[in-house]
Design a protein around this ligand. Structure first.
Ligand SMILES: C[S@@+](CC[C@H](N)C(=O)[O-])C[C@H]1O[C@@H](n2cnc3c(N)ncnc32)[C@H](O)[C@@H]1O
Length: 554
């Protein structure tokens, strides 16, 4: 599709508010992306979709594209979720009166261009009947009384604070079960305050109630559950089912996201008479509140796109969408040798083999359990490829120690890896591998080995780690061999991680690596030259996982 097609604006055009373009030909699709990779995702969208109007926001991109091509967004590799944006209001006017705020949200339903949204939704999903965009009730609409947040069950305070306690919170049986089913119990109540919340699997009231019951039961003597009358739900088969989800960011709201979702969702139900369904819904209406801005959309993905490739997730598996964005940073050329020396369950090399099949993809890993996972993931991808009549992946996997790779000198063009973070790994990684102290030996040893194996002058290395201090210390020992090209800060599951891209200098490596960075100091100019984004510091402080604390512990 040529970009000129995208610029065609059909008449009549109605812009309902601010930047949401509404007409028969164009739609605005919001795609979430790992914070920090917005520009990389924008570049991919422009290149792959042939559009030239892609705006960047924190943790998302907004693509304006023809409705007829809307499903092509699913071919993008660096994005996680998609929502067609139907309405946007800046300066919505939230006050400190919860009822007033909720009444305003209810009436927002009348201002949304549902027609356009339903049209785009039908490109992605189906329903056995046409879906009307007309209200079923007479105007002026009576949306009924507001549901106050006090009547919505939330997690007890203690339970919430436990969940924020990264790594120390011992999972309850129920949480483990929920995690097994891929539900993020920790985020149930507050889909709020952090744009890093995974927009892929929103939580619902049903899950909420399960957790509440459980948390309460640990404090009280165990009583048999009161007998519940089965709820009789009136379902109109001529209408689709739906649920409303709210993502909220901002400190000054007197309501929570559950309350906003309940009131907005209730108004949608009154307006259309759609059936409420928390799990197997047809339509997911998405309300996004960022400070005093409100956007309404309809979800175009039911599960995050990062689940497309990897089926067997391990404790530290990187999202393949994030892996793709890292790979893009390396500007891989046909015929280049691309190597992930610590591949874990294989997100990076599998994504590379899928998207850069003309490169020679190899990878290695030390831990046998990770080796099992990558084998399972490759098998899963190959099964999908057979169904699509595609050839098996071309990817060599070896069990090795990344500090002593069985590869000849100057044989690899691109090293790319997600280094053991220490923080997550020390708690949950496969076996013993990877504590923060181990990193102080591991990082210089791997940097040294990669300098041996990388091609002189043209070799690149792209490294992701949350252990910034170790990385800062390490890179000063390798300036002779690795020249820093660029870096970005990204948000990996609420932790701020750095991604560094280095290019190999022309100097041949000699000697042994520094045995440990234990005594090495962090160069003064590192933090100054690579300041964390303001919001990153804020976010970390809120999570009570300041980097300085971890360093002090060590
Ligand atoms: C952060 S994880 C990588 C996760 C991976 N990107 C994924 O998607 O699953 C780091 C990996 O490095 C591996 N590792 C640690 N030390 C290693 C070494 N010396 N040689 C090879 N692999 C190592 C760990 O076993 C772990 O799987």
């Amino acid at each position: 599709m040529a970009s000129s097609t995208c610029n065609h604006v059909a008449s009549p055009t109605t812009t309902n508010n601010n930047n949401v373009q509404m007409d028969d030909d164009l739609c605005t699709i919001e795609c979430t992306v790992c914070t920090g990779f917005e520009e990389v995702a924008r570049e991919e969208a422009m290149e792959v979709l042939g559009v030239n109007d892609v705006q960047v926001g924190r943790g998302h991109i907004l693509i304006k594209m023809p409705v007829k091509d809307a499903t092509k967004v699913l071919t993008l590799n660096g994005i996680d979720n998609c929502v067609v944006r139907l309405h946007k209001v800046t300066d919505f006017g939230f006050t400190d009166d919860e009822v007033e705020c909720m009444v305003k949200l209810q009436h927002l339903v009348e201002r949304v261009n549902w027609k356009s949204g339903i049209k785009v939704w039908f490109k992605f999903f189906s329903f056995h009947l046409p879906i009307s965009d007309e209200p079923v009730t007479t105007i002026p609409i009576d949306f009924g009384s507001v549901i106050p947040s006090s009547s919505i069950k939330t997690l007890p305070k203690q339970a919430k604070s436990n969940r924020k306690d990264y790594g120390r919170h011992k999972r309850t049986k129920l949480e483990k079960k929920a995690l097994k089913e891929n539900k993020d119990v920790a985020g149930v109540t507050e889909k709020s305050s952090s744009p890093e919340n995974d927009l892929s699997e929103p939580k619902d009231l049903a899950e909420q109630n399960i957790v509440d019951k459980h948390e309460n039961s640990s404090a009280e003597p165990v009583l048999p559950p009161p007998e519940k009358k089965p709820r009789v739900k009136h379902v109109d088969p001529s209408k689709p089912s739906f649920r409303a989800t709210c993502y909220r960011t901002g400190q000054n709201h007197v309501f929570n996201s559950m309350c906003a979702a309940a009131n907005f969702g209730g108004a949608v139900q009154t307006y259309f008479g759609w059936n409420v369904e928390m799990r197997n819904f047809d339509i997911e209406v998405v309300l996004t509140i960022v400070d005093d801005d409100v956007a309404v959309g309809i979800a175009l993905t039911k599960t995050s796109l990062h689940r497309r490739l990897i089926t067997d997730f391990g404790p530290t598996t990187l999202r393949p969408t994030t892996a793709y964005n890292m790979l893009r940073m390396c500007k891989i050329q046909d015929g280049e040798v691309v190597c992930d020396p610590m591949c874990g369950s294989g997100s990076i090399p599998i994504q590379s083999a899928v998207c850069w099949p003309k490169a020679i993809n190899i990878c290695g890993e030390i831990h046998p359990r990770a080796m099992e996972k990558i084998a399972a993931n490759i098998k899963g991808v190959n099964e999908m490829r057979v169904e699509k009549s595609l050839p098996h992946l071309s990817l060599s996997v070896l069990r090795w120690n990344a500090c002593k790779m069985p590869l000849p000198d100057q044989s690899v063009d691109v090293f790319i890896t997600d280094l053991p973070f220490g923080k997550r790994c020390s708690i949950r990684c496969f076996g013993r591998v990877g504590s923060r102290k181990d990193n102080w030996k591991l990082y210089p040893a791997v940097m040294h080995e990669m300098a041996r194996v990388a091609k002189l002058d043209s070799g690149r290395v792209c490294l992701l780690t949350q252990d910034k201090k170790c990385m800062f210390k390490c890179m000063q020992h390798f300036t002779k061999y690795w020249k820093k090209q660029s870096y970005i800060w990204v948000n990996i599951g609420g932790l701020i991680a750095g991604i560094w891209l280095f290019r190999r200098t022309g100097l041949k490596i000699t000697g042994q690596p520094i045995p440990t960075l234990w005594h090495a100091s962090v160069p003064d100019d590192c933090e100054k030259n690579m300041p964390l984004p303001d919001n990153a510091i804020e976010h970390q402080a809120k999570k009570k996982t300041p980097v300085s604390k971890d360093i002090a512990d060590e």
